[in-house]
Write a new protein. Structure first.
Length: 150
């Protein structure tokens, strides 16, 4: 099967068969677009378990299963959680989980996320950061808070 990248390049869809293969491919610019490749749930679990440094790249993958994103949403690395918060396929449960993330960037992404509904946004209207609060308030049609003075 042939897929097309955003740049219009054609590439053959490829299934990653092992965690070691994924790790090697990240270091090899000739390996293709790792973000577009497929892998089984078992392979993804092995990747994030055995290769913590690959978790951000795994979260960036377009075909990663939601079950893996649910695990990565709790990752100690803020960059991994930020990448998860950018995924378009997040479920409501995952969005609700991430509204309390300690990272400003993660919460800001959730406030802007296309799948964040009223219930999700209501959790963010009193965020410690006015920018996040106001993003949620604006989407809900609520009055905005005054901008912070610096």
């Amino acid at each position: 099967m042939v897929a097309t990248t955003k740049l219009g390049e054609e590439m053959t869809e490829y299934t990653i068969k092992s965690a070691e293969e994924f790790d090697r491919m990240l270091d090899d610019p000739e390996s293709g677009h790792v973000a577009l490749m497929h892998a089984s749930l078992e392979t993804w679990l092995d990747i994030i378990d055995r290769f913590p440094d690959c978790r951000e790249a795994a979260a960036h993958n377009k075909n990663i299963p939601i079950e893996i994103l649910e695990i990565l949403a709790d990752d100690p690395d803020e960059r991994v959680r930020w990448m998860v918060s950018m995924k378009g396929k997040l479920t409501k449960d995952l969005l609700l989980k991430m509204v309390d993330d300690p990272s400003y960037g993660v919460r800001a992404n959730i406030a802007r996320h296309r799948r964040s509904d009223e219930e999700v946004l209501l959790h963010l209207i009193d965020d410690e950061w006015n920018e996040i609060s106001n993003t949620a308030r604006k989407r809900l049609g609520m009055p905005l808070l005054p901008e912070e003075q610096y």
